[in-house]
Design a binder for this molecule. Structure first.
Ligand code: URA
Length: 258
C-alpha cells in the first residue's frame, strides 16, 4: 500500500520546515540548517527559506535527493495484548503507543476509545481527531463486538436481559445489546460460557458490568470489531499495521451512516 493512498487530504499549503519535521526529518533547527546547506529542493529547485509555503501533496519535495511522501494522518489497527494501557503516556505502565515503531509514534497517534488493561483485541490508533470523535460520539451508536468467556451458564434469560437493557451498578440501564452464545463449557472449576456481545455505547467497563448485572463475571475479553471494521485474524497479538484503504473507507462509512 502506498503511503499517499491511505489518506484524507485536508491540507493546502504548509511551511516546508513543518512538513519535514512532521515527516521525521529532524527538528525545525536541523531542517533550517539542511535548507541553508542546499539539501532541500522543491519542484527541482534548491530553496533558501525554511519557512517557504508549499503544497505537500502537489509540490515535489526532496531532501538530499530523497522524495518526501507527505501525509497528515495515520490509521493503525493494533491487536492489543493484555497488560498495556490504552493511553498515550504513563509514568508507570506500558502504553499501546510503546508498541509502535518510532516512525509511527512520530505522528502522535492516540487510541480511539479505551480497552481495559486486561482486554485484548481491536484498537484503532490515529492522529485524526475528527474520525476518532465521530466513532466515539454517543450519537452515532457505533456497534462494538466482543468475544468473552464468562462464568456460569448463559442462556435465553441472559440473551433477553441484554436485549432489554440491564441495569448497571450505578443505576444506568444499558441500551439493547446482542448476546450470542457460542458454547457452554462445564468443568471441575465451574461452568463457563463463551459468548459474543455487541454493544452500541461505551460506558466505563461496560461489558464487565453488564455481566455482573446478570450475576456473571468476565474472565476473558477481546474486542473483535468496531463498526464494520473487523480485527484482522492474521494480525498477531501485540502487532499493528496500517489500515488498508478499504478498511479506512469502512470506518469512514461507519462514521457517516451510523
Ligand atoms: N467493556 C469492558 O468492560 N472492558 C473493555 O475493555 C471494553 C468494554
Amino acid at each position: 500500500m502506498s503511503q499517499q493512498m491511505n489518506q484524507k487530504k485536508t491540507v493546502k499549503k504548509l511551511r516546508i520546515d513543518k512538513i519535514l519535521s512532521h515527516m521525521g526529518y529532524g527538528t525545525r533547527s536541523e531542517i533550517k540548517k539542511a535548507v541553508k546547506n542546499g539539501y532541500v529542493t522543491v519542484n527541482g529547485k534548491r530553496i533558501k527559506d525554511s519557512g517557504m509555503q508549499v503544497d505537500p501533496y502537489k509540490d515535489l519535495i526532496e531532501i538530499d535527493g530523497e522524495t518526501v511522501k507527505y501525509r497528515e494522518f495515520i490509521y493503525l489497527m493494533l491487536h492489543k495484548p493484555p497488560g498495556v494501557i490504552s493511553a498515550t503516556e504513563d509514568v508507570r505502565e506500558k502504553t499501546v503507543i510503546d508498541l509502535l515503531d518510532p516512525e509511527y509514534a512520530l505522528f502522535q497517534p492516540f487510541p480511539v476509545g479505551r480497552l481495559d488493561k486486561d482486554t485484548e483485541g481491536l484498537l484503532i490508533l490515529t492522529n485524526d481527531g475528527q474520525l476518532s470523535h465521530n466513532l466515539l460520539s454517543p450519537k452515532k451508536h457505533v456497534p462494538k463486538t466482543y468475544e468473552a468467556v464468562v462464568s456460569g451458564e448463559m442462556g435465553e434469560k441472559e440473551i433477553h436481559a441484554f436485549q432489554q437493557g440491564v441495569t448497571l451498578d450505578d443505576g444506568y440501564t444499558t441500551k439493547p445489546a446482542v448476546l450470542e452464545i457460542i458454547s457452554v463449557d462445564p468443568s471441575e472449576e465451574g461452568t463457563t460460557s463463551r459468548v459474543l456481545v455487541t454493544i452500541h455505547e461505551g460506558k466505563f467497563h461496560q461489558v464487565k458490568r453488564m455481566f455482573e448485572a446478570v450475576q456473571s463475571k468476565v474472565l476473558y475479553l477481546k474486542r473483535i470489531s468496531m463498526g464494520a471494521l473487523q480485527l484482522d485474524p492474521l494480525l498477531p497479538i501485540g502487532s499493528f499495521r496500517e489500515l488498508t484503504e478499504e478498511e479506512l473507507n469502512i470506518l469512514t462509512e461507519t462514521e457517516i451512516t451510523k
